[in-house]
Design a binder for this molecule. Structure first.
Ligand SMILES: [Zn+2]
Length: 134
C-alpha cells in the first residue's frame, strides 16, 4: 500500500549535512511533491532530495569519517603538544599535553585528566587509560 506523502510523515531523504540518505520528517509540501524535510539525525531542514538523487558514494563513510577525524585531531595534537614524551605506564602521573608511547596503541596525547585515569588520544581514537593522578 502506498502511503500518501504529507507534512509530518516520515520520508527517506538525502541529508547534505550527514552526507547520507536517512529518515527525515516532511516539513513542507509543494503540491504533491515534498519541498522541505528535516533530518531526524542532525535536525537540519533542507530541500528534499530523493535518495535516488543522492551523490554517489562508493561505501558508507560514517565509520571512516570518525577515524579520519580522530587522526586529524591526533596529528594536530601531536604538533601542538609541548609535554614530555614517555613510555606509557599506569604508574606515571600525566599532565594535559603529555605525549605517551604505548606498546600497542602507539603515540598518544593526554587530553583530559580524571582521578587515576586520563583520556589519551591515539591515532585511531580516544581511550581512557589508567594513570596515577591525584
Ligand atoms: Zn542530517
Amino acid at each position: 500500500m502506498l502511503e500518501k506523502k504529507s507534512i509530518g510523515k516520515d520520508v527517506e531523504s538525502y541529508c547534505g549535512k550527514c552526507k547520507v540518505s536517512r529518515e527525515h520528517t516532511i516539513m513542507t509540501m509543494d503540491g504533491e511533491t515534498i519541498a522541505k524535510a528535516r533530518c531526524k539525525m542532525c535536525g537540519s531542514m533542507h530541500k528534499f532530495t530523493s535518495p535516488l538523487d543522492a551523490p554517489k558514494v562508493r561505501k558508507p563513510r560514517v565509520k571512516k569519517d570518525a577515524g579520519e577525524l580522530a587522526e586529524a585531531a591526533w596529528t594536530a595534537g601531536l604538533a601542538e603538544a609541548k609535554g614530555k614524551e614517555r613510555d606509557y605506564s599506569m604508574a606515571l602521573k600525566y599532565r594535559i599535553g603529555d605525549i605517551v608511547n604505548h606498546q600497542v596503541f602507539g603515540k598518544g596525547i593526554v587530553m583530559k585528566l580524571h582521578a587515576n585515569k586520563c583520556d589519551m588520544l591515539f591515532k585511531d581514537r580516544e581511550r581512557l587509560m589508567a594513570s596515577t593522578n591525584q
